[in-house]
Design a protein around this ligand. Structure first.
Ligand code: DLL
Length: 430
């Protein structure tokens, strides 16, 4: 079984020694091979001699997405291109895309991390693993593909989309494990139940990530598919999925700390914060060769937990990210995270198919939330729908403190996504 117990359950003082050793090697590697970051270090008055252990990490300058854009395409690579075997890229819609490079060692390390996730979710060589994440520049397909091979699952490289074929293969081939975005899993569940084929499937677990999803959404997926749904986190800049993953306890994602060192910093002052504080998640890649980032600011808002986990793994856990600092909308002067709205919708029994539309008319913000109704409610009287809209407007005002125009719309009228869902249309930016 692909369970790296000796590392995943390692004594924490040994882990710290290992991290310190890797950090010192990595600082030297970057200083010698990445002129862009060396200049940043010099500008902060730091040399490799100043970094003696993780206690000194705070001295190193942060890396942000802007640095990656500025050094595009190869300015942050720390090895010659002849040693790289692959690139992946973020799905950024504005500005330059960010690209990340990998040596074969980096690919192995990344696939190990994802393999740990599959095994922690109960996967083994007995499983038939359908990968519904996109293949290509996006890291979802490739990361799970390699990991599924490592674990020895029978791998179905479906990629995202083509729902009819996804369902047909699931039924014909006896898929037991599903890997895709949580919003696509919800859509697949909807189709499975509509077609009445749930009893014909052998699905028992799924690993869903790449976008924020709430506990209520987990419950929906688990109940509608009759499976256990596990979270996984990662980002292209650090390799892809598998930076952290959930174990059977489903209570936070264990960070692969032998490869990634996590910090939480205050998003305004950038001061490091203690465990349990909410702030921006920052990662240092300890042993990546091609694209080794120090103190990379993810913009994900999160909390770290160093309490021991019942599963025996000793690596610390991160909570589900509560949104991104750059996802935060400021509407009528109030900070609004889409995840807050989703929480209200699901807790009140609505589906998570919603869209937030923000605009600016006559110098003031307009704020509309479109939410799909179930077929039965939608077929009800207009006055009943108005009543539901009024009630939901009140619930959302209680959560956010501002009034949104709630529109309950027909089932299936909000476009489904096969990858990451598009929840916000901010016309003020268009
Ligand atoms: O989304 C990698 C990935 C693929 C993760 C498949 C999990 C599964 P990017 O496209 O670079 O990489 O996007 C990274 O997605 O900074 C978070 O904002 C968000 N994200 C990723 N996983 C989660 C998660 C992949 N489990 C960005 N919960 C990150 C919440 C997530 N947000």
């Amino acid at each position: 079984m692909y369970y790296q117990k000796e590392i995943e359950c390692m004594d924490r003082s040994r882990l710290k020694d290992m991290q310190n050793e890797k950090l010192l090697r990595q600082v030297r590697h970057v200083w010698d091979n990445v002129p862009y970051y060396r200049e940043k270090m010099k500008a902060s008055g730091v040399t490799p001699a100043d970094i003696k252990s993780l206690e000194d990490l705070y001295k190193l300058p942060f890396v942000t997405k802007d640095d990656l854009r500025e050094s595009y395409p190869y300015g942050m690579f720390a090895v010659p291109l002849s040693e790289c075997v692959r690139i992946h890229s973020t799905s950024g819609t504005t500005g330059r895309r960010v690209i990340a490079g990998y040596t074969q060692h980096d690919i192995d390390l990344w696939e190990d991390c994802c393999a740990r996730a599959i095994v922690a979710a109960g996967g083994s060589r007995e499983d038939i693993c359908q990968i519904g994440y996109g293949y290509g520049l996006f890291t979802g397909g490739a990361g799970f593909h390699g990991a599924s091979h490592k674990v020895g699952c029978l791998t179905i490289p479906m990629s995202s989309g083509n729902t009819d074929r996804q369902l047909q293969f699931m039924e014909d081939l006896g898929t037991t494990f599903l890997c895709c975005t949580p919003s696509y899993a919800e859509y697949l569940a909807e189709c499975i139940n509509e077609r009445g084929i749930r009893d014909k499937l052998k699905l028992r677990a799924g690993i869903f990530g790449a976008e924020a999803w709430s506990e209520s959404m987990r419950k929906n997926i688990e109940e509608s598919l009759g499976i256990r749904a596990y979270d996984i986190y990662g980002l292209t800049e650090l390799s892809g999925p598998g930076v952290s993953y959930e174990c059977g306890e489903q209570s936070g994602m264990h960070i692969n700390e032998d490869h990634f060192y996590a910090e939480i910093v205050d998003p305004v002052t950038f001061e490091p914060l203690p465990f349990g504080s909410k702030g921006e998640l920052v990662f240092t890649a300890l042993d990546k060769e091609a694209f080794p980032l120090f103190r990379y600011r993810t913009k994900d808002i999160c909390v770290l937990n160093d309490e021991p986990c019942k599963c025996g793994r000793t690596h610390i856990r991160m909570a589900k990210p509560m949104g991104r600092s750059d996802d935060m909308l400021i509407i009528k002067g109030v900070n609004v995270f889409p995840s807050q709205i989703e929480e209200v919708l699901i807790s009140k029994g609505y589906s998570s198919n919603y869209q937030i539309v923000v605009d600016r008319v006559n110098h003031s913000d307009t704020f509309e939330i479109r939410v799909e109704l179930g077929a039965e409610d939608f077929a009800g009287s207009l006055s009943r729908i108005n009543e539901l809209e009024k009630k939901l407007t009140g619930d959302i005002k209680t959560m956010l403190g501002i009034v949104a125009k709630v529109r309950l719309v027909a089932p299936k009228s909000i476009e489904r996504s096969e990858g990451k869902a598009i929840r916000v249309i901010d016309k003020r930016k268009i």
